[in-house]
Design a protein around this ligand. Sequence first.
Ligand code: DAT
Ligand code: MG
Length: 151
Amino acid sequence: SNTERTFIAVKPDGVQRGIYPEVLRRFTQRGFKLVAIKLTLADESLLRKHYADLQDKPFFPSLLSYMKSGPVLATVWEGKDVVKQGRSMLGATNPLNSAPGTIRGDFALDTGRNIIHGSDSVENAKKEIGLWFKPEELVESKATLASWIYE
Ligand code: DAT
Ligand code: MG
């Protein structure tokens, strides 16, 4: 449906390197609608919930310190098939496996510095949006461009 939502976060390296405007530009120009946005320092308890499925991985401690190393730009986007389309716009987890034209394929080299997060399923998107945003931070607005984007 056209109201599917996903959680996209520019990680601390993507913020520090100034790649976040490129991320906002790509999602906006694709036709997705920005529903929420904030620059935030993620605390450890939030990150432990966000990455709960990875807690037993050997890289988990370095993942936590990476994600706490600076502000994260947390965003929510809405539109047709946005979860899957967003993942494909991001590229593969390992940037070396990411095609040119994807965000990681254009701007990153190491898995541990892959600059951006995107929800991997509609169910996880709902969970992550709820973790990172209060309901009142999700902005309802008229999709004035909808007829130019959707048939
Ligand atoms: P993705 O971010 O593409 O959804 P994921 O959910 O499997 O990938 O892992 C979350 C993050 O953890 C990933 O963006 C970077 C880090 N990570 C994953 N696998 C890793 C590995 N093998 N070595 C180091 N960091 C890793
Ligand atoms: Mg993931």
